[in-house]
Write a protein that binds this ligand. Sequence first.
Ligand code: ARG
Ligand code: ZN
Length: 478
Amino acid sequence: MRRGSIRTIMTAAATTVALTLGAGVANAAATPGAPGAGDVYFPDYGNGGYDVQHYDVRVRYQPATDQLSGTTTILARSTQDLSRFNLDFALDVSSVQVNNRAATFTREGDHELVVTPARQVPQGANLTVTVKYAGIPSQVEVNGYTGWSRTADGALAVNEPESAWWWFPSNDHPTDKATYDVSVLAPDDVQVISNGTLTSGPNPELKGWNRWYWRSAKPQATYLTYIAIGRYDIETDTAADGSPIINAFSTSLGDFEGAARAGINRTNEIIETEEQWFGTYPFEARGGVAAIPGAPGFALETQTRPVYDGRFWRRGGNTYVVAHENAHQWFGDSVSLTQWRDIWLNEGFASYAEWLWSEHEGEGTPQELFDYTYASYPADDPFWQVLPGDPGADKVFDSAVYDRGALTLQALRVQIGDDAFFELLPTWLQEHQYGNGTTDEFIALAEKISGQQLDDLFTTWLFTPERPDLTTGTTLAR
Ligand code: ARG
Ligand code: ZN
């Protein structure tokens, strides 16, 4: 789904019927959709030639064997005359249908599924693509790696940037966001959590098996779509706007359980605090999932409800990770990357949100945290060699992306003043809500709102492989 596409679809409904009926008329101009979405870091992630509106993912999962099987139905619209198109997927596929007709399919590399519809597809046509598949995701490696975490009592499909390949076929790039229905049939001794709201379930369906139906109703990037399967205590409450707060705590948290609850139970308070800086929370549900300690190995800002490795709660009173992951609901989830290269737009901003939360908690101020962070990396530290604005595909989660990204925002705030800075953040989020943004667009908006020329500041902080000099004044007037 691209920005504005919902309205286009509705008003173009009549035209679409005509185009769909015209499908199958041989079109010499029809060409294959591109095997990538144009990402400079990950050229084969995502695909071209179509735009997804909705995924309906319906799977069965057996924790005892890690067997996953199911059907994903993708509602999309062609953006060119298509002779064939790619999906990104790594499990074994048994059939593909396009608009109710069997399509032929082949594999290229380890995550490309090349689909050739029985009839060519004209530009602007509605596509209903149904893929049936099965596999053991923890055993399917792409580039020697699986992003699927099998646990003692279930599994987590939680990873960034690659996560979907192991459980549903997709256009796997944040430029093509869509809504989701995720339905999972699982043994009745485990729970299943996904994004958004539980529209139904757990419903007994087979002896010893329950089906869970989750729905995420706002545009969502593929990597932010998750399932957590295992033994969880699920607790629900209601936020002031009437939306559900759904928290899930692994029953294996052990000594971490108190700290996990102390952190995640403050999610709504943290979101309401962040709303003062970022504007209205953009989604229909909130909460957090405290996964089993050791999985997935990090925390991720899965849309509407972040997932936290149980080990995040090793220390008590850890609300910073909650502030970080929920700040991503605005920076990353509502406003998503156009290029993975611009990852500081996610991580720098979520890290800066921790500094704002710190001050709110009566702890260090952003300027104190700036000074401390700056001083903690000596000038010859390799930290300063990594450019937050272009870290390289193998360093998208380098500490420079997080810490120097946050340093950049404090430098910007000092340069343009609090009024402009706290106008810039919500304006950026409003202008790109449910869509995508780029670093260049952010810099242009910062210049427009501040009335200042900011090329020097951003070049110094995002794109220069050395420690910025705080005394020269071009970067930081204290
Ligand atoms: N976006 C996550 C965060 O908020 C980081 C995910 C790191 N992913 C990974 N595969 N290590 O920090
Ligand atoms: Zn982050």
